[in-house]
Write a new protein. Structure first.
Length: 99
C-alpha cells in the first residue's frame, strides 16, 4: 500500500528534524563552535545565549532564533548580564594594569 504522505514532505520533515537536533545538541553543549553553521543565521542564538536561560531561569527562551526574545524584551536581563560582565572584565584589567 502506497503512503498518502508525499515523499517530499517526509524528506523535508527529516531534514528539519536533523537540523533542529543538531542545533539543540550544540545549544546545550556549553561550547561556542566557531565553525558552526548556525552562527550564520540572522538572529541566531549561541550556546552562551541559551546557557543563560538554563543558569538563570529567566528569559532567552529562543535558542535557534532570538528575534522573539528581542521583540518581547525577554532577553533584557541577559543583555544587562553581558554588559556587566564586560565592565567587570575591564575593571579587572584596569586594576591589573595599575599593579
Ligand atoms: Zn534548553
Amino acid at each position: 500500500m502506497k503512503s498518502k504522505i508525499p515523499s517530499n514532505l517526509m524528506f523535508l520533515t527529516q531534514k528539519r528534524l536533523t537540523l533542529r537536533l543538531l542545533e539543540t545538541y550544540e545549544g546545550h553543549s556549553g561550547y561556542e563552535f566557531p565553525w558552526s553553521m548556525f552562527r550564520f543565521l540572522p538572529f541566531g542564538g549561541q550556546s552562551v545565549y541559551h546557557d543563560f536561560h538554563h543558569s538563570h531561569n529567566s528569559g532567552n527562551y529562543g535558542s535557534f532564533f532570538t528575534y522573539l526574545d528581542i521583540l518581547f524584551g525577554t532577553n533584557k536581563e541577559f543583555q544587562t548580564f553581558i554588559r556587566d560582565s564586560k565592565n567587570d572584565k575591564n575593571s579587572l584589567k584596569n586594576t591589573a594594569d595599575k599593579s
